[in-house]
Design a protein around this ligand. Structure first.
Ligand code: ZN
Length: 180
């Protein structure tokens, strides 16, 4: 449940970009295992309506208290995004946001939970999550942390750096001190 304000500075514009910037959404999906569905629409409205939590942003505060599997127990997805392609195939991506001053605990539990949780929810979604047929994982991180995070990164099928976003989508990189 903890969600530091620095993490939010990165998570919020990325989540908004997935909704508001079709080029950014396509760019992210092309880096995912769902690259064939890069034109998929995002289901932020459907997610929000289904969850029926007026105070929570559509992407935030996703955890499954009712499931005690290793993927769900005590863990949270930082940005949960669901998409639907033209054929009606629905898929979700569980994104971790590691802001540059953050780190993984050495036990590896947090990172390993992501693919397990993605599978768990695709099989049997928590009550507040729409049913979906496919799922994957992703991480947004700083380029400077690749070596430090090396042992954890294999759990994330899509890996995107903040620096890449700064280069290609500078208007989304509002975390930069010179971009406010
Ligand atoms: Zn579970």
């Amino acid at each position: 449940m903890k969600y530091g304000s620095v993490e939010y500075q990165y998570a919020r514009p990325i989540a908004q970009g997935l909704v508001e910037d079709a080029d950014f959404r396509r760019w992210v999906l092309l880096k995912s295992k769902f690259s064939d569905a890069s034109e998929a629409r995002i289901l932020h409205r459907e997610m929000k309506a289904h969850r029926n939590n007026p105070t929570a942003e559509w992407w935030r505060f996703y955890f499954a208290e009712g499931c005690r599997c290793l993927g769900c127990s005590g863990k949270e997805t930082d940005i949960f995004a669901m998409f639907e392609d033209a054929a009606g195939f629905r898929f979700a991506i569980h994104f971790e946001i590691k802001q540059p001053k953050d780190k993984f605990k050495a036990d590896g539990v947090q990172a390993r939970g992501y693919p397990l949780r993605a599978e768990c929810w695709a099989r049997n979604p928590p009550p507040r999550v729409l049913r979906h047929q496919g799922a994957s994982t992703g991480i947004f991180l700083s380029e400077t942390k690749r070596t430090e995070y090396a042992l954890h990164l294999g759990n994330f099928q899509t890996q995107i750096t903040f620096e890449e976003i700064e280069r290609h989508f500078p208007h989304l990189a509002v975390w930069r001190p010179d971009n406010n």
